[in-house]
Design a protein around this ligand. Sequence first.
Ligand code: ADP
Ligand code: MG
Length: 921
Amino acid sequence: MSYRNGLARPVQKLERSLSVNSNCSSNNGVRPLVPSPPPSSPAPTRAKPVSPSRPASATGRRTPQRNSRYESGVSSRVRVAVRLRPRNAEEIVADADFADCIELQPELKRLKIRKNNWDCETYEFDEVLTDFSSQKRVYEVVAKPVVESVLEGYNGTIMAYGQTGTGKTFTLGRLGEEDIADRGIMVRAMEDILADISPEQDSITVSYLQLYMETVLDLLVPGKDNIPIVEDPKTGDVSLPGATAVEIWDQTSFLDLLQTGEANRFAANTKLNTESSRSHAILMVNVKKHVKGKGGDLILTNENGLGVHMSKGFCPPMVRKSKLVVVDLAGSERLDKSGSEGHALEEAKSINLSLTSLGKCINALAEGSSHIPIRDSKLTRLLRDSFGGTARTSLVITIGPSPRHRGETMSTIMFGQRAMKVENMVKLKEEFDYKSLCRRLDMELEKRVSEIERQGKLLLDVEEKLQERLEETKRAERNLESALEKMAAERARYHKEHIEVLESLENERAERQKMENQLQSTMQDMQHHREVFDPCNQLKSEILELKLQLDKEVQLRQQAEKELSALKSGLTKIESTSPEGQEALILSRRLEDEMKQRKNLEEEIQQLRNQLTQVTLQADEAKRIVSGRISFGSESHKSFASVNHNIDTSANLNTSGRPQEHVGLQKVLSLLDSADLDVRVHAVKVVANLAAEEVNQEKIVEAGGLHSMLMLLSSTEDETIRRVAAGAIANLAMNETNQELIMSEGGITLLSKTADDAEDPQTLRMVAGAIANLCGNDKLQLKLRDEGGIKALLSMVKSNHPDVLAQVARGIANFAKCESRGAVQGSKPARSLLIDEGALPWIVANASNEASPIRRHIELALCHLAQKDVNGKDLVAGGALWELIRISRECSREDIRMLAHRMLISSSVFQAELRRLHIVL
Ligand code: ADP
Ligand code: MG
């Protein structure tokens, strides 16, 4: 069947219970209708006078309440409310002269019924609803607790009992279409149920039936009549499998259903030719509600009867199935009053049978009878759970106010009073939702299986990757091994090569050393050769001789010319006389011969000059070859040779100098900055060689050579360059002009620094030589001292090399000589700067040095120092007096010996000291 909004649909059948819950195990059979054992708690306080028909024990028969709804039922008495209908129009008219026979005391929950004018009886109910009680209030006090209970999983029954026309249908079935305030219990109950359930997982099904003459009719599908009542032999649950169950999702479809039911009820009653008040209308609402299960161990039984243990913490889905039954009973009035006389007696009996039977059962339950006649009628069979069963039951008895129906009203009140004594054992109907559990487990199983498959695949993948990695690792290991082998071989090769390179370097070094030695000796040879066998020298002497000869010839010629003129004059005289004329002629011929001779001689001289030039060129060429062989490549040696040649040529032949010579020197000087160390070394050597010859010095200084040499001292790291540069400076420092230039260019500072840094004694010798030369300049004395020249000179004695010490001694002697010159010339007497600078101890200590050049210079220095009286005391204190005495006695050079002696005699300080010491010179 379909309904207006299409949401409601019939349910085929109630689901078969698949298993049992924990409650079911202790509830195998039908719940006995026998009331529960007497309660331990006292009965609720009731007002007096209590109806005599009501046994005192009835209110107190409650089973002790249990905490767990899973264990057993909770005692719950049938709740009864009485509702008084307001007077209707007829009663207002008909009973106008009579007072109502009913008086209600709702606050005391009491009802008074007048027996006669002077006597009335009072009855107490669970609720007393006055004629002006609203439908809302009626619902809340009568039905709402039951509906809530149903939503919690308990069965519930709401029933209206009363005389026809007292408002049973008004109370239960009003739809409230005109005024929603009129909505009855059925509509309001459904509203609450729909509001509570979850449409996604819960369900509500509704059946609407009519019981008339022991026949159950389906009010939703009119054709279905005589629907059988089925009782579950195990649980005792009563069901009507043949009844239509419509699934309800909203209020509208429910209202449609109720309307359909009412219409069908009306049609059925018309067909049966009866009134609706003769039949019972039964609305059955089945609620299935899912709740979350509790965690715990769960054992399920499989098909083979074996227990399947579910894990701890597993929460099976639970479903609560409960049923709300709303019964609008047939009118309770007697047949004769309700106008049923026209019906066949059998029918009348049948009509009453169910209601009578219900009364009997309630009486039996109220009295605690051992036999409850529930099987006597279909109504009692259908309501077996509502009275003395497991449902929470609420009964509303409806009465009218009219005294004319006092008997029916009294009978209704008594029914209600008895029903109040009926005790039910409400029980939670909760069971596993096996279908959803099954679905869930299936899904879980599928998930697990796919997870296991996935894990298996992953495992395979991982194994594969592992295998690959393993192979990669093996490959890498093999590669590593071969790489290590290669590395070892490479290393051995490199080691060998390294040793070879070291050896070849060593050889080269030895070779170089050898070459240097050879060069040294060649240079010495050259020097010697130049000095001794130089063809230039030979030629020079030859030229000199020729010059002398030429001069002689010139003189002879002049003499001859004089003689010639004398002869000419004589000839003139003689020509006048004959014998002398002859003689003059002879002389004239002789003269001509001599003139010829002279011319020949002049030509010879010219030839010799040419030869000399040739020889000089050859000598230079030889020198160039030697130089080139020592350390330079062909290009560089050519340029140096050319410079040497030019300079030497100019030195020897042309002192005026030519532009190209200057250019060559510039080139050499520019090579001092070359990136190639060898080139730099050679260039500085060339400059030094040139500087050794006085004739070149001016040109070198002009070309900036002195400046370059000074700069090299500070800039170079190379010992050879430093040594050679210092040597060049020492040579250039022989010239007074250059000395001043060196001082003005900060030469002392540079030389001092070189003295500090250098360890090579030859370098130190050069530096000491340079400073010694500067010491010989009178004008530079103070400046030399101020710029640290004396300190630098003295600092070099640490080298202890005789060559160095000789230069130091020479410097000191030079300096002392200049100072003594100052003293002689009468400048202001001041103590020697040498003494100021602390030179005296070294002078005294080395005055008798074994090396004669050192000793000689120191002896001279001491004599010069002694010349200044102002130095006298310091000389005495420093022990110099003894040395002077020794010099005056032992010095091999007489002039020094005499000088020392003179100093000792002339100095008053020395004289005093000698006297003091009783020394006689
Ligand atoms: P019943 O079902 O018991 O035979 P009804 O419910 O049909 O009685 O009520 C009979 C009449 O009384 C109706 O017209 C109904 O509207 C009216 N009636 C019943 N109860 C009340 C009430 N509490 N207030 C107003 N009218 C009522
Ligand atoms: Mg009715």
